[in-house]
Design a protein around this ligand. Structure first.
Ligand SMILES: Nc1ncnc2c1ncn2[C@@H]1O[C@H](COP(=O)(O)OP(=O)(O)OP(=O)(O)O)[C@@H](O)[C@H]1O
Length: 300
């Protein structure tokens, strides 16, 4: 009985009225026909946090963000909670604007309108003003922040300009949780830093929470509050940035993450690989030593 109580989700507000903005408890997930990517995944983030999600290519960052965005069903209603609501089952989380996801694809989910392509022959104005229920003041300040020319034709703009419009549309509603899957990669340095400042303000002033998967660490030492490191679907580290020991020794974030990922690669190389003859025949030639252990397991 006591065990049952202990394993119950802790969504209820604490004595200060706070509850986790994000809580993942014992999550399991596998793509169809694939070995499990996440076996027993747990994560808790308080409101107002800015969490960097780091890990090697293929470690599971995008999949985790998509699960948090309610795009994959995992287990029951208690497994993945965003703002104390089920990420998958509570469609109002996204439709109502509390939960926003900005990913790599050139489309934007806009409430009940579904996926809007961002590469057709439309003006930026048409795209941005087409998002319903937005505050004109917030809209204008985002257009200014992202230096968007409303006359841009979406099929003729550069990747960085198109990305600005995508980001603007994704931020029009004052989100409470924002999931970012490396969408700043196409932005010039000024746009990227201005956007990071904007996110910081949103967290500090409104208590919004941001989870940001990235491979670019410039300017993030003072921006992030938390760091989550995933290796092959396993959460290896999750801590406040101020408590990451390696960073206390004056190392920068890039060199800390680089050391973690290089250690992974070394471990991979040390593993003996003796694929059975039958599997060897069907496996692609030239399986790279940089493939994740999950890939390697497949070829073992
Ligand atoms: N639709 C899919 N079907 C099957 N496997 C998938 C699918 N999408 C991703 N995977 C696999 O799941 C694992 C995690 O992929 P994911 O895209 O989440 O990694 P990532 O950490 O975001 O990588 P990157 O840094 O390259 O963006 C990889 O091994 C990938 O091959």
């Amino acid at each position: 009985m006591a065990n049952k109580e202990a394993s119950k989700p802790r969504d209820e507000a604490d004595e200060n009225g706070n509850s986790n903005a994000i809580r993942v408890c014992g999550m399991q997930f596998a793509y169809e026909g694939e070995p499990p990517l996440f076996a027993d995944f747990n994560l808790e983030l308080p409101p107002g946090s800015r969490c960097l999600l780091v890990g090697a290519n293929g470690s599971g960052k995008t999949t985790l963000l998509k699960i948090l965005a309610g795009k994959h069903m995992v287990g029951g209603r208690d497994v993945v909670r965003v703002l104390s609501r089920s990420a998958f089952h509570d469609t109002q989380l996204v439709c109502g604007g509390d939960l926003a996801y900005l990913g790599g694809s050139w489309s934007k989910t806009v409430g009940s309108a579904g996926e809007i392509p961002l590469q057709g022959d439309f003006s930026a104005e048409h795209m941005i003003f087409g998002v319903e229920g937005t505050d004109p003041v917030r809209r204008d300040s985002l257009i200014e922040l992202l230096d968007i020319d409303l006359q841009w034709r979406m099929h003729k703009v550069s990747d960085g300009q198109r990305r600005r419009v995508q980001i603007c549309m994704g931020l029009l509603h004052p989100f409470k949780v924002l999931l970012l899957d490396e969408v700043t990669v196409d932005l010039d340095v000024v746009a990227r830093l201005d956007l990071l400042d904007f996110f910081k303000e949103e967290c500090d002033q409104r208590g919004a929470t941001v989870v940001y998967a990235t491979h670019i660490f410039d300017g993030l030492e003072t921006w992030a509050t938390h760091l989550a490191y995933i290796q092959d679907g396993e959460l290896r580290r999750t801590e406040k940035l101020s408590e990451v020991n390696e960073l206390k020794n004056s190392a920068n974030l890039l060199s800390v993450v680089e050391a973690w990922l290089r250690a992974e690669t070394k471990r991979e190389k040390k593993k003996p690989i003796n694929p059975p003859a039958q599997v060897q025949k069907t496996s692609p030639s030239g399986a790279s030593p940089f493939m994740s252990s999950r890939h390697m397991a497949y070829y073992r």
